[in-house]
Design a protein around this ligand. Structure first.
Ligand code: CTP
Length: 418
């Protein structure tokens, strides 16, 4: 699976040192952490400690020209799967609730469309103050995940609610949110706008919803084995990226791949064909569906609860298979059928003939047929034929990113002409 990335925002409170323990726990789970410290956090803990533990640069100053040029505050959120504010003081919660952006931390929080988790920590009376409770209610209403602070002794010799949740509890909450790929709350009021500047030189996909599947599926046989294929996801990811650049809102339903999420794309991770179908159906309605995933045609009829053992008899392995649902064909006949449904066809012979038949059989508008007899699976280039109701276009061998750009252009032209 792709390594998940957390952007950890540490605000200034006595519990800031516990954020170091959280970093250690996250690294232990192979989750990458990049840290942003507020000015007051640096009075309690040093950027050096976070730098050593995260093995990354530690960010803090919005007006640091070098930092801004190298990564920039927008990029900080773009590269994260989840933003975590721990500890979150009453002050940063108030700034978040009010939509202030007066330092790097709050600017990132206002500019993000990623899920945000906050772990508050403050004095018991500050926690119970009407102003704080009003801010918490506002943040929850906005779609921010707010953890309940713990009850216990405070640094200031008082006792009550307001302690930072234990790092292990914060870790568990982070893992829960990361596992739930669709947990991203709609922090933005207009999700049709992407964060990538669209290329406005021709017809665009601005305001359209484009649904893409990509990568292989993994079909479990038993707890340690699965059926899979060699799909890298590169072509599907390139198409999702190109659609976002053309201004579309893009939902990418992805099987297990080792690729970063393209900018401006909402990614939903799945493993099996049946999960992929459910995620595709949940993402409807869409204007365009481009089914690039190399879905496993079969799965183990019964997933064994324990690891299968050899019986030494020399007989063929007992592995009955069941057919998976065909996602493209299901979508092609769905009541919520997108206006344009595009399938891919991986063929090794009679490429165009097979693709024509597949177009009819799966109720697709177009089939992008590629010759996979060479190095296409996992490679960087692709030579494709576009089979439509009007005939066949043969495109020369070109990089997968170029196939993606040209296909997206063709889609935009088609929708503009309708
Ligand atoms: N596809 C799908 N769901 C499946 C199998 C395939 O959505 N269970 C989609 C793929 O994403 C692709 C298209 O169908 O867009 C073609 O898949 P392919 O595996 O080439 O076609 P098959 O139907 O498996 O035909 P064959 O094995 O006969 O080539």
């Amino acid at each position: 699976m792709t390594q998940r990335r957390i952007l950890l925002i540490v605000s200034g409170g006595i519990a800031a040192y516990k954020a170091l323990e959280l970093v250690r726990l996250l690294k232990g789970k192979n989750i990458a952490v990049r840290a942003v410290l507020t000015d007051s956090a640096t009075r309690f803990v040093t950027p050096l400690s976070f730098g050593v533990l995260t093995e990354d640069h530690v960010y803090g100053d919005m007006f640091d020209l070098k930092e801004e040029r190298e990564i920039g505050h927008i990029q900080l959120s773009r590269e994260a799967d989840l933003i975590v504010v721990a500890p979150a003081t009453a002050n940063i919660l108030a700034r978040m609730a009010g939509g202030l952006a007066d330092d790097l931390a709050t600017t990132v929080l206002l500019a993000t469309d990623k899920p945000v988790l906050v772990a508050p920590a403050m004095n018991v009376r500050m926690w119970h103050h009407k102003a704080t409770q009003r801010n918490i209610a506002q943040l929850r209403d906005d779609g921010i995940h707010v953890m309940e602070p713990g009850v216990g002794a405070m640094a200031c010799n008082e006792w009550g609610k307001g302690r930072l949740p234990e790092p292990a509890e914060i870790l568990a909450e982070i893992e829960r949110l990361l596992a739930d790929g669709a947990a991203s709350p709609p922090l933005l009021t207009d999700t049709t706008r992407t964060i990538v500047a669209p290329d406005l030189s021709g017809p665009t996909l601005y305001g359209r919803h484009v649904l893409v599947t990509a990568g292989p599926t993994h079909e479990p046989i038993d707890p340690v084995r699965y059926i899979a294929n060699r799909s890298s996801g590169k072509q599907g990811y390139a198409i999702a990226a190109a659609a976002a650049r053309a201004g579309a809102r893009v939902t990418l339903v992805s099987g297990p791949v080792a690729l970063p999420t393209p900018p401006g794309v909402t990614r939903i991770d799945v493993e099996t064909a049946r999960e992929m179908l459910a995620a595709v159906e949940a993402a409807l309605p869409a204007d365009v569906a481009i089914m690039v995933a190399a879905v496993a045609d079969w799965r183990a009829a019964d997933e064994a609860p324990q690891k299968l053992k050899k019986d030494g008899s020399g007989r063929p392995a007992p592995l009955p298979l069941a057919e998976n649902p065909d996602i493209l064909a299901t979508l092609g006949q769905s009541e919520q059928r997108p206006a344009l449904v595009i399938g891919f066809a991986a063929e090794t012979q009679n490429i165009v003939e097979h693709a024509k038949a597949k177009r009819m059989r799966k109720h697709a508008d177009w089939i992008v047929a590629n010759d996979v007899s060479g190095e296409v699976m996992g490679g960087a280039t692709n030579s494709v034929h576009i089979v439509t109701a009007n005939g066949v276009e043969d495109w020369p061998d070109m990089p997968k990113t170029a196939v993606a750009a040209r296909l997206v252009q063709k889609i935009a032209d088609e929708l503009a002409g309708r």
